[in-house]
Every structure is written in C-alpha cells, then in structure tokens.
Design a protein around this ligand. Structure first.
Ligand code: NAP
Length: 463
C-alpha cells in the first residue's frame, strides 16, 4: 500500500476569537488539575511512590502543577525487565502496524492540542504560540517517523544472484533509555521515544525533572492509542541521582539523550564501558548544546534581519539550542542593524505566559535564573549593555531581554551557551568567516543569499 503523504501541522491563529477562547478554556482546565499526582508506569502497573518530583510553575513558583512519582534503582530494574518481556512480541509486530500506533497517538494529540499546550504554559513557562508550536512538532514527529518506518519496513533492494536467495531487512535492537530535556518537553520527548518504539524497540523513559507532568500525559496518550503495555515504561527521577544507574545498566542496549554537553559527554563516556553481564556495546545518540549565530552582511534586508534575530534570540526566552545567541554583523551595517534590533527588543512584552499578550515568559528554574544572571554580570564588565540586564520586580524567574554589543570574538559570551534571553552582538570586519572558526557542535548560520538572510525564520518549530 502506498504511504500517505506527510503534511506538517499548521499553527493556530490565536488572534481569532474562537481559538483564543478555546485556549483560555484549556488553561482553566489545566489549572483545575493543579496538584494532581502522576504515578510511574512499569509494564501495566501504575506505581505510586512515596518520593515525588514537585513540578512548579516557573512564573509562580508557589503553584504546583503536579506531583510525579520518583523511580529508584529497583523500579528501573523492574521497568527494564518489563521492557524486555514486551520486546519478545513487539519486535514481531509488522512495521506498518507499529506506525499505526503513532498515527493514532498523533490524532489523539491533535484533539487534545490546546490542553497539552496549556500544560506547557504552566509547567515550562511557554507563551501560547511557543506551547502550541511544541505540541504541533510532537504530532509532526509521529506522522513523520511513522511514514519513515513504513518505508524502512519494506525489503531492502539487493543485487540478485542466480544461486542465492538473499534478503536484507532492518531489525530492532532491544531495550533502550530515553532521556529528553525540558525545553521542548513534549516535542523532543515524543520524537525520541516514538522513533525508538516504531523501529520495534522497547524503552524506559526518564523525562526531565522540570517537566514531568507533560511527559505523564504523553505516556497516557500512547496507551490510549492502544500501545501494548511494557513497550513504553515511565520512570521519572533526578538525572543526577539515577542517571548513571540507567546508563550503565547491563541490560540497556541503547541510550537516546538530548540535553547539555556536559551530561551528554558523561553518558557517552559511561556507556562506552562494558558492565559485567552486558552482552553488547551500547549505542548512544546524544544531541547536545549549541551556540548559534546569525550572520548579516550589507546585502541583507535589515528590517527583516532585525525581526528574525529578535524572534530567534528571545523566543522561549532564548532557551533553545537553536536560539540566536550571537549576531555577527558586518561593520558596514552594524550600527544601523544594532539600533533596529534594540528598538524591537525594547517593545517585547515580558509577562505571565498564560496571558495571550505576553511574548516572553520566565526562564525554567532558579538554577537557570542564576546562571543567566552570571553571564549578564560578565557582560556588564566586559561588553556594552544595550538593553535589559536588570531584574524584574515580580514573582517567578523573569529576566528582561538583554543585548550586549562590543562582544569580542573568542570571549566567554561569544563562545559559551547561555540558554537564556541574552544576545551577544559581534562586529565583523568583513565576511571572511574568521569569527566562525571556533563555532562548535551546532551552528545555524544566517547565510546570506541576496537579498534576504535565511536563519531565524520558522523559529517556533526549531528545537
Ligand atoms: P540536561 O541538564 O543535560 O538534562 C537533560 C536530561 O538529562 C534530563 O532528563 C536530565 O534529568 C538528564 N540528566 C541529568 N543528569 C544526568 C546524568 N548524570 N545521567 C543521565 N541523565 C542525566 O539538559 P537540559 O537543561 O534539560 O536541557 C538544556 C540543554 O539541552 C541545552 O544545552 C540545549 O542546548 C540542549 N538541547 C539540545 C538540543 C539538540 O537538538 N541538540 C535540543 C534541545 C536541547 P533531570 O532533569 O532530572 O536532571
């Protein structure tokens, strides 16, 4: 049967009164559920533990979005055992049938889109558009990976040989650990989890501790879609405490991680050591931090460049691996473009993300708040503050959008990932790309293709 064409999910227009009302009603619904408890899921058993993760609203840290059970080593052992038990039958389910579970879950997510977006508003501090964009991306992942699996499930073409009957096909490898970040708390988690599952593997999912409630909703949706129990096991817990146990477990065959460079490198190193009783070499997929740049020269449309830089730098408070963390601007247009960027930034509305008018909310937690402020302090001492840089007299982890100019190539602010609403502006003599020689890990360069710059567009959907 032909594979259905893939279409990505279109964003809702919240300027439409009906959409706005629907979102307001979803926010009320989520608020009524504040303080509920969410258990672990091990096989088909829901386990309520005594120790809980308390998930709070970064805009109002005294509001508890939910209490989520915390897994200990014994729960991890049990979850891995259940996953291997489920693997025996799941690996035999035809690829197209596995894909159907993803399509069903995508359909359920589509129906619950605003509810899920509202959970993200309260749990992650995302504005309406950012939250809805994240749910759309989760749906996209399932629609896309389902189709990829249908394609990969077909026999691999081989050169026929007269005296041989050869076949080639892909097989799942077993049980893996999924360790996602909090910044795209549904999209990245869904992508990482369902890609492993649709390929025929079984998993244990340890969500980020800042956003375990949206993760619990994801797990419910997968089972509402009929996913057999044991294929997906839910074991939240503090990464620093149970992370090593999961990663070094002899029965974990692969680790799929997205998060910081520091943790990713640690996982990669630990996973390379073979534990007693381990049969295979573990496989690691580690997507890590970024320090992305938009480069602008004199051929660019400067109004568009300014708009895209502001959207990219300050969308979701700059907490994206793809955020424009530095703008590298050619001398000839530096001053005029900087002025446009600063003017636009000063107009951004920072406020409670459950308010439709807010364009920026809080950063995720006190640790992020402190870390971003330490970079701001450094910037005040070593660069020129154009706007922001202060504190906001309100509850929650709010930081005003901050811009530094005169940031020197090779300096701390130009090199390190801030992961917050801080933009470093660097003056470049010309486009010989010297400042980019040090770019590491992941770069989005606003390559100039006359007359527009390219990066920074479609930023809502970037991770
Ligand atoms: P993080 O602190 O590295 O945490 C990521 C995940 O790892 C969380 O689930 C965390 O659990 C877990 N973890 C922490 N310590 C661990 C350990 N020792 N062993 C195993 N797991 C452990 O990163 P984050 O703050 O959530 O996310 C922000 C980072 O992710 C940024 O650097 C950003 O650039 C990067 N990111 C990259 C991409 C990409 O596609 N390349 C996409 C999104 C984000 P706890 O929450 O319980 O600590």
């Amino acid at each position: 049967m032909a594979i259905k064409p893939y279409h990505y999910e279109l964003p809702l227009d919240f300027n439409q009164p009906s959409n706005r009302k629907a979102m307001e009603s979803a926010l009320r619904e989520v608020k009524e559920q504040f303080g509920l408890s969410y258990p672990l899921l091990i096989g088909s058993e829901r386990v309520d533990t005594e120790k809980k993760i308390t998930s709070t609203n970064p805009a109002h840290p005294d509001q508890v979005v939910g209490f989520v059970s915390k897994a200990e080593a014994s729960h991890i052992d049990q979850a891995i055992k259940e996953a291997w038990r489920a693997f025996d039958s799941w690996k035999k389910v035809p690829a197209a049938d596995r894909a159907r579970y993803l399509y069903k879950a995508a359909a359920i997510m589509r129906r619950k889109k605003l509810f899920l977006a509202a959970v993200e508003v309260y749990e992650a501090g995302k504005t309406w558009a950012e939250a809805e964009g994240d749910v759309n991306e989760a749906i996209d992942f399932m629609e896309y990976y389902g189709r990829q699996m249908e394609r990969l499930g077909a026999p691999v073409p081989l050169t026929p040989l007269d005296d041989e009957d050869d076949q080639a096909f892909y097989v799942p490898i077993g049980v893996g650990a999924i360790i996602p970040p909090w910044n795209f708390p549904l999209a990245i988690l869904t992508g990482m989890t369902t890609s492993a599952i649709v390929a025929g593997n079984c998993v244990i999912l340890k969500p980020a501790s800042a956003t375990p409630v949206i993760a619990a909703h994801f797990v419910e949706i997968m089972h509402e879609a009929g996913l057999p129990y044991g294929v997906l096991n839910f074991v939240p817990g503090d990464g620093g405490t149970i992370g090593d146990y999961i990663v070094t477990h002899p029965l974990i065959r692969f680790i799929s991680f997205t998060g910081s460079r520091e943790v990713g490198l640690r996982i990669n190193q630990l996973a390379a050591q073979v534990a007693p009783g381990q049969k295979w070499i573990k496989r690691v997929v580690a997507e890590m931090g970024g320090k992305d740049a938009i480069v602008v020269d004199e051929t660019a449309d400067l109004d568009k460049a300014a708009q895209d830089i502001v959207t990219s730098a300050f969308g979701f408070q700059g907490q994206k691996c793809s955020a424009c963390s530095r703008a590298i601007i050619v001398d000839e247009v530096h001053d005029v473009l900087l002025k446009k960027i600063v003017e636009r930034t000063k107009k951004l509305v920072v406020g409670d993300p459950d308010n439709f008018n807010s364009q920026m909310g809080p950063v995720i937690d006190p640790k992020a708040f402190e870390k971003v402020h330490s970079y701001i302090q450094w910037g005040k001492e070593h660069a020129h503050l154009e706007t922001g840089g202060g504190t906001m007299d309100r509850d929650g982890y709010f930081i005003p959008p901050t811009i530094f100019s005169d940031v020197k190539p090779g300096s701390k602010l130009e090199q390190e990932e801030v992961f917050g609403p801080v933009l470093a502006v660097i003056r470049a003599r010309n486009l010989l790309f010297q400042p980019l020689q040090r770019v590491h890990i992941q770069v989005v360069i606003g390559l100039i293709e006359q007359p527009n710059i390219r990066a920074g567009q479609n930023n809502l959907q970037q991770c």
